[in-house]
Design a protein around this ligand. Structure first.
Ligand SMILES: *Cc1c(COP(=O)(O)O)cnc(C)c1O
Length: 381
């Protein structure tokens, strides 16, 4: 028999309640019945994004929503500032290049974050930059950037702030309106507990001016068409009906638990994972670790690729390895979405078993014990 556990930073486990909602017979999308679901989904998205801006659902993974953002905000030859510091952050500049955008790159060492001061200085030197592209949680390195402080730098300026919150939304604090983020990009398959396939973009009035000015080619992913449909509780073209029904059910679960408690739960799980890794003598890779994913340095003498493979193939526990230059050097434990204490205990226990088999020296049970100590302290409902 094989039971599996998914502890990757996306896709994440989908709750039975969401799966059941998606198992219902398909309904037509141009009906009052489906429109009511979309209307509720739009309101629930605003709750989770903490915004009064529209949030457009796009039938694509997160990267599609990133591309849509670039195409809708910028025209060829426009200038944009891209913060680099991980595999996902680099995607912003890659997309910009495809659209002929003049990019100013801020290079950040992987595992570290950009300081608001560097953003301010780069803006001073590039007053004509129309957009600053950032990442809240860089999933490839497990680091969290202080987006609130960056938003403060941009306050009162014409430059639009875009944040990739694909892995962070629904797991970490993100106050779209209060902080002043113009465009927030998210995806269905991470903190939002839904299968992959929906990209999400919230767009502010300030960003909307750029949308109207952009002459980049776009057809399916045109925000102007998305907004017209959105205003009528609709979507352009055929909706991703099943995914929307699933996402709405997942958003209902977040509302019932309350966003505040959801974020507290993620924090507690993250604290436990970090404590466990330290108890095992392992080093965290991120300077400022995020609450949705923990990146851990593979210890000397251990094959990091093999570690992830054995956990998955021999024990059915999926964690993520390192990407690009971090391949084999780190492993990443996702602690986001539909997860509780015992999912985490399973992951740590399996990690201990496989590390032991591979010859890493530590006292068995130390990691699990450290996590238990955290779970004992804070009793969440
Ligand atoms: C997962 C992820 C993406 C890519 O999303 P896809 O759904 O795989 O296209 C982009 N940015 C971040 C921060 C992510 O975690």
């Amino acid at each position: 028999m094989k039971k599996t556990s998914l502890l990757t930073p996306g896709p994440t486990p989908v709750p039975p309640r969401v799966l059941l909602a998606m198992a219902a017979p398909i309904i037509h999308h141009r009906t009052p019945q489906f429109r009511a679901i979309l209307k509720e989904m739009y309101e629930n998205l605003q709750y989770v994004f903490q915004t009064s801006n529209p949030v457009f659902p796009l039938a694509c993974s997160g990267t599609g929503a990133m591309e849509a953002t670039v195409a809708n905000l910028l025209s060829p030859g426009d200038k944009a500032i891209c913060v680099q510091g991980g595999k996902f952050a680099e995607r912003w500049s890659e997309i910009c290049k495809v659209y002929g955008i003049n990019t100013v790159l801020i290079d950040v060492e992987w595992g570290d974050i950009v300081s608001p001061g560097v953003i301010a200085k780069t803006l001073e030197e590039n007053e004509d930059a129309k957009v600053v592209f950032t990442t809240l949680c860089e999933t490839s390195t497990g680091v969290v950037t202080d987006i609130a402080a960056i938003a403060q730098v941009l306050k009162g300026k014409d430059t639009v702030l875009v944040t990739d919150a694909i892995s962070a939304l629904g797991g970490m604090e993100l106050q779209t309106d209060k902080w002043g983020i113009d465009v927030v990009v998210a995806g269905s398959q991470k903190g939002l507990m839904t299968p992959p396939g929906l990209g999400l973009c919230s767009v502010s009035e300030k960003a909307w001016k750029l949308v109207e000015d952009s002459n980049s080619p776009r057809y399916y992913f045109d925000f102007r068409i998305a907004r017209k449909a959105y205003d009528k509780s609709n979507t352009p073209y055929t909706s991703a009906i099943t995914l929307c029904i699933g996402l709405n059910e997942a958003l209902r679960m977040i509302r019932e638990e309350t966003l505040e408690k959801v974020l507290q739960r993620h924090e507690q799980l993250a604290v436990a994972v970090r404590a466990a890794m330290q108890a095992l003598g392992l080093k965290l890779f991120a300077k400022y670790p995020a609450n949705v994913v923990t990146a851990v340095c593979v210890p000397e003498g251990i094959d990091g690729v093999e570690l992830v493979k054995v956990m998955r193939d021999a024990y059915g526990v999926s964690i993520a390895g390192g990407q690009a230059q971090l391949e084999g050097k780190i492993f990443r434990i996702g602690q986001l979405g539909f997860m509780n204490e015992f999912d985490i205990i399973t992951g740590i226990s399996c990690l201990e078993i496989v590390l032991k088999k591979m010859g890493y020296k530590f006292e068995a049970g130390k990691g699990v014990g450290a996590a238990e100590e955290i779970f004992k302290e804070v009793c969440v409902e």
